[in-house]
Design a protein around this ligand. Structure first.
Ligand SMILES: *Cc1c(COP(=O)(O)O)cnc(C)c1O
Length: 827
């Protein structure tokens, strides 16, 4: 980021600089953060305390101060105390607005063209493809799909004078937002990709949404769009008719437009033929789907408008690849963890990938980075190397491997580094024991083909796998949070291997998301989390007497549900001489599983707990028996009333406050008014919603591939007990998944279907499910060995699968056996 002094920033933001430190005014700021977790260079970071719906940046100032951050932009003056004797504060009325004003100022320092892309779909792909296609330009672009109110500002702050083109995405979800983004970006050129119905709920109609989006382009000299779409071209012509903006509409249909692209679709490729300024051109892209063809056309129109048509660029269209915007976590050889990010390499996305590496590395593993040369930055080689080396140091990476000519030339810049000129050279020197017990980030530009490195370091396993999408979990978490008051705490249930989705990886993500508590069923699950470095408070729902000492040793917090348990635990705690040890108090309000009911036992424990200096009640809770079923709503309300009464008695006895909580996932969704001080989220995080208030994303995708396809003649039978009868010749696909994987016998004999991903159809099981294999009837579908199969996921929804088996989603998820490898992805 451009270097600015605090004084200058206060001027730009029209804020008041209040400093406890006299020398602060000239203090140099070189980076900006809005997220306390991502600060690396504390001293020169300026933190904007953004006040969001769910999070308030002011709450993290103390933590940041301890980390060494000294400069803050705030709106809440209550924070100004002498606790921060070395800090400086810029006081503004709205911190998000201030961030945008600062970004707008940064934007104005640069005079090269800014391309802004908006529309419902394709923004990220068009941006990434333009980057790939324009190899000769020095492009600065939004990292990943940073296109929100905050994301756009952060993207702009990355501008430097070493680029000659900036490409930023802008996305909105409600009226009023685009004007703000337009002020930040002040684009010279625009692309409107298309309009769909995402985020429609906040707009009156599609027309209003288009009008709102077009506000982005008011400063543009040129605007690129598709003439063949509905609504968009008319709106554009209407709005820009009397302005100087040049309208560049392209078409696949209208032959007499300047930018008419004649296309010819083949099986997996599409040819474009077009004329420009009297010359004929042709190019080919390796895609045949409509979305890719449209995205390529937007890129082509932009390239023509920039006079960048050349043989090289036209050829580059032939090498376009799908844009994978996600980081993938896999198990590697020798107890290594691999984080794959080999689709792009630039300084900004390196920062993001390093954050993920930090988030996912346990204390017992070393941090390793394998990085390719970073191309197209326009930065001076020495400076680039310095920047990489800075990031590597700041993120405390233990080992660095650089691949490419630039790294090879600068061999000596990092003491922890090994350098190789090419991927081949690295691979031919690779020995089986070169990597052990490391978290390895593998990140490179596409041309380096780092997928080969990943393949070499990956543990080879069974082709049946469960892909866990951490970003969808985060989205589900946020959907539930949106039903809660910002002050309500969240305990997330990670019992039973996080409902089958994997304990440590999920817990790390949740810790990073700053949930207040994690809850496990038994002490062993909690110990595993502590050993992996999880510091979030952990509640053990079923503490067993033999584990009391380890519970205390690992700072786990037991659920106290009986007098016997109370006495037993207090005795052990006294023996270990702990004081005020946190416990949670379970009340039975009608589930009749665990917990205190009104009566002698309850009274006895109340009396003892009120005088105990060994144990301290952190929360009291109860569990709803039927919060997802409308016919039991009266009972649910009664449970709540009973809980309120009994927890009230506890409160009278105790001198300290504690949190009260009764809602599980369905409860949060159906009775948010009963949220009290905390809620307990379980199945909702894992993708199941029980009312239409929230759309939950499926987070677990269970996949395999076809082992073999065979034809079975009429009169034959399929599998054990000859259950599958064949009346006419059938094609049968065998898949390597069976009841030992958790694909139960209940799914056999056509009771369940799988999704054939290549053919995009469902196909039924046939015959009994075997221990390790199942048979699928794929007659007439053209299925081949090696074709991908979805057992559960986007198409075969978890709840559908549960219904087929006559059970509930919980049982399906937790029943997928440990043999099925979990792969974690985060976008
Ligand atoms: C499992 C569990 C939850 C979570 O329930 P969901 O229905 O998955 O949201 C909440 N509280 C307790 C005590 C639990 O055991």
């Amino acid at each position: 980021m451009i270097e600015v002094s605090l004084n200058q920033i206060a001027d730009i933001l029209e804020g008041k600089l209040q400093s406890f430190n006299n020398a602060a005014e000239d203090f140099k700021i070189t980076s900006v953060s809005i997220d306390s977790r991502t600060v690396v260079d504390s001293v020169h970071t300026l933190f904007f305390a953004i006040v969001g719906e769910r999070n308030n940046g002011h709450n993290y100032i103390e933590e940041l101060y301890l980390k060494g951050v000294r400069s803050f932009v705030i709106s809440d003056k209550a924070i100004l105390t002498d606790n921060f004797s070395e800090a400086s504060f810029v006081i503004v009325s709205d911190t998000l607005q201030a961030l945008q004003n600062f970004a707008a100022w940064v934007r104005k320092q640069y005079h090269y063209p800014v391309l802004a892309i908006t529309g419902s779909n394709g923004k990220t792909i068009v941006k990434e493809w333009l980057f790939e296609l324009l190899q000769n330009r020095k492009i600065i672009r939004s990292p990943k799909s940073y296109n929100s109110q905050v994301g756009v500002s952060l993207s702009v702050l990355n501008m430097t004078n070493q680029s000659d083109l900036a490409i930023f995405e802008a996305g909105i979800s409600k009226p009023g937002e685009m004007e703000k983004l337009a002020k930040v970006l002040m684009p010279n050129i625009g692309i409107f990709t298309n309009i769909g119905d995402a985020h429609q709920e906040n707009f009156d109609d599609v027309e209003q949404k288009v009008e709102e989006k077009l506000k982005l382009f008011e400063t543009c000299e040129r605007l690129i769009f598709c003439l063949d779409q509905k609504i968009v071209p008319n709106k554009i012509q209407h709005k820009f008719k009397k302005t100087s903006t040049e309208l560049l509409g392209w078409s696949f249909e209208k032959e007499n437009t300047d930018l008419f692209f004649k296309i010819e679709k083949k099986r997996n490729t599409t040819k474009f033929n077009f004329q420009y300024k009297g010359k004929k051109y042709r190019l080919k892209i390796p895609f045949a789907d409509d979305a890719s063809i449209e995205n390529a056309a937007h890129c082509l129109a932009f390239i023509i408008s920039q006079n960048e048509l050349s043989t090289e660029v036209l050829d580059a269209f032939g090498n376009l690849q799908p844009v994978a915007m996600r980081l993938e976590l896999k198990e590697g050889i020798n107890n290594c963890t691999l984080i794959n990010d080999y689709y792009n390499s630039d300084i900004n996305s390196l920062g993001i990938a390093l954050q993920f590496l930090n988030q996912q590395t346990t204390s017992s593993k070393k941090k390793t980075v394998i990085l390719s040369d970073i191309q197209q930055t326009g930065m001076d080689e020495k400076e680039l190397i310095k920047e990489v080396s800075n990031l590597i140091h700041l993120n405390k990476v233990d080992r660095f491997i650089g691949i490419g000519e630039v790294f090879e030339r600068n061999k000596d810049f990092l003491s922890i580094a090994d350098m190789f000129e090419t991927t081949n050279e690295f691979l031919s020197n690779l020995r089986n024991d070169d990597f052990t017990n490391e978290s390895i980030l593998i990140k490179g530009a596409r041309s380096f083909h780092f997928e080969r490195i990943s393949a070499a370091l990956q543990k080879k396993y069974h082709r049946t796998r469960l892909e866990i999408r951490l970003h969808e979990m985060i989205e589900n978490l946020n959907s539930f949070k949106s039903l809660l008051k910002p002050s309500t705490k969240i305990m997330v249930m990670v019992k039973a291997f996080s409902y089958g989705s994997g304990t440590v990886e999920v817990a790390k993500m949740l810790q990073y998301q700053k949930v207040d508590y994690l809850a496990v069923a038994v002490a062993d699950e909690g110990i595993e989390l502590r050993q992996a470095g999880i510091e979030t408070p952990i509640v053990v729902m079923n503490p067993e007497a033999h584990s009391f000492e380890t519970i205390i040793e690992f700072r786990l917090e037991p659920n106290i549900y009986s007098e016997e348990l109370f006495v037993g635990f207090e005795t052990v705690a006294q023996k270990l001489a702990v004081r005020d040890y946190p416990v949670h108090f379970k009340i039975d309000s009608g589930m009749h599983r665990l917990g205190f009911c009104d009566g002698n036992e309850f009274e006895n424990v109340l009396n003892r707990i009120s005088t105990s200096s060994t144990l301290k009640v952190k929360s009291a809770f109860s569990h709803l028996a039927a919060s997802d079923e409308a016919k039991h709503d009266r009972f649910t309300q009664e449970q709540y009333d009973r809980f309120k009464e009994l927890s009230g008695k506890l409160r009278e006895k105790l001198s300290c406050k504690f949190d009260k909580h009764i809602l599980n996932s369905a409860g949060i969704e159906r009775f948010p008014e009963l949220q009290m001080e905390m809620v307990r989220l379980g199945i909702g995080l894992y993708g199941i919603s029980s009312a239409s208030r929230i759309t939950c994303k499926p987070i677990a995708h269970w996949m395999t591939v076809v082992s073999q396809v065979r034809t079975v003649g009429p009169g034959e039978t399929i599998g054990y007990s000859r259950k599958g009868n064949v009346d006419s010749a059938r094609e049968i696909a065998v898949i390597p998944v069976g009841y030992a994987d958790g694909y139960g016998r209940r799914f056999g004999n056509g009771n369940a279907r799988v999704w054939m991903s290549s053919q995009e159809v469902e196909a039924p099981t046939i015959g009994n499910i075997c221990m390790d294999m199942s048979m699928i009837d794929v007659t007439g579908l053209g299925v081949k060995a090696g074709d991908p199969v979805e057992l559960m996921g986007e198409h075969i929804h978890l709840s559908k699968l549960a219904k087929w088996a006559g059970t509930i989603p919980y049982e399906i998820l937790t029943g997928i056996s440990q043999r099925v490898k979990r792969i974690y992805v985060q976008e």
